[in-house]
Design a protein around this ligand. Structure first.
Ligand code: NAD
Length: 333
């Protein structure tokens, strides 16, 4: 099966190369179609997101993507946000799981953040009001709120989860977050076997840090989902461990939650696990469960033993050495 591979910027090429080598070694039936996007192609194509990249994903319907740098406060619009909007990848799914053997603030953590991926503050509708103020417009629609709520409840049903928690700020943003909450509540009324609760996002942050084991599926508007997922990464060992999927009706793009990590790019020390786990999500999504299971079992074994870890997890291995170790274990199965 043909899959689009976008290496990305910063640590993107090293983590996607690692995931690709491991997926290939797992015996998965995948041919990669490599296309470049991001800061590195800006000069060549006069855009960080050339049309042929979108065309490749539309054709293959599935992509694995490395992180892409977004200039802060100036420059081109986020390629990641553009991709999600152009392909209508409305659901961002981010499983947060602790691993036995990995030092972390909490153990037995296993919840999924479902983040609305197309609107809210990420629509990037902003303008200056002279040089005295700037205004951002945040639109929340019934259509997108219904759609993401249904996605979260269906995910909970399919994964035998017991509870969906909607997080919001409807006490202050009574209209926009109020609408989001109303849609989530209404959707929940159609799933009698799944408990529904709602928590204001500031309280949610505290509760997640104290009792992350209490959560199953969390559904959130775009910005809250983004912030909560990086925070949640910190609960279980860091950004090097959290995968993600951007899912729409016509295409799905799998990518780690972390960014291009310019502070460590080019040093061969990044942790490729988040991208490998994104690859496992991809394999399951396309029905190649055997290969997915093999890689998952191998990672669990390596983490449980705790001898072969990258630096962010207290080990000494480079990205490449860790990848070689995963492949060595994988081939034993
Ligand atoms: P970041 O996620 O790149 O890095 C945050 C911290 O985590 C850094 O200290 C980094 O070294 C560390 N880290 C991240 N991934 C790691 C890994 N795999 N292994 C070990 N350590 C890791 O966040 P940032 O520095 O705020 O953003 C850098 C750039 O990435 C920005 O341009 C931002 O816009 C972009 N970004 C892109 C995506 C995406 O492509 N989906 C997501 C988030 C940020």
């Amino acid at each position: 099966m043909k899959i689009t591979l976008i290496p990305g910027d910063g640590i993107g090429p090293e983590v996607t190369n690692s995931a690709r080598r491991i997926i290939d070694a797992s015996g998965a039936d995948i041919q990669w179609e490599i296309v470049e996007a991001g800061a590195s192609v800006l000069k060549t194509y006069n855009t960080p997101l050339p049309d042929h990249v979108i065309a490749s994903i539309k054709k293959n319907r599935i992509a694995l993507k490395g992180p892409i740098t977004t200039p802060v406060g100036k420059g081109f619009r986020s390629v990641n946000v553009q991709l999600r909007q152009k392909l209508n990848l409305y659901a961002n799914v981010r499983p947060v799981k602790s691993f036995e053997g990995i030092p972390s603030l909490h153990s037995n953590v296993d919840f999924i953040i479902v983040r609305e991926n197309t609107e809210g503050l990420y629509a990037g509708i902003e303008h200056n009001i002279g040089d005295v103020a700037a205004e951002s417009i945040r639109i929340i629609t019934k259509e997108a709120s219904d759609r993401i709520s249904k996605f979260a409840f269906e995910l909970a049903k399919n994964e035998n989860r017991n509870k969906v928690t909607a997080t919001h700020k409807a006490n202050i943003l009574k209209l926009s977050d109020g609408l989001f909450l109303k849609c989530a509540k209404e959707c929940g009324s159609h799933y009698e076997n799944i408990e529904f609760e709602d928590i204001i996002v500031d309280a949610m942050s505290m509760k997640l840090v104290q009792f992350p084991q209490n959560y199953d599926v969390i559904v959130a508007p775009n910005l809250y989902g983004d912030i909560l997922s990086d925070m949640s990464a910190g609960l279980v060992g860091g950004l090097g461990l959290i995968p993600g999927a951007n899912i729409g009706d016509e295409a799905a793009v799998f990518e780690p939650v972390h960014g291009s990590a310019p502070d460590i790019a080019g040093n061969n020390i990044s942790n490729p696990t988040a991208t490998i786990l994104s690859g496992i999500m991809l394999l399951k999504y396309i029905g190649q469960n055997k290969a997915a299971q093999k890689i998952e079992t191998t990672l669990h074994k390596i983490f449980r033993e705790g001898k072969h870890l990258t630096r962010d997890l207290g080990g000494t291995l480079s990205t490449e050495e860790f990848t070689n170790e995963v492949i060595r274990e994988l081939l034993k199965q």
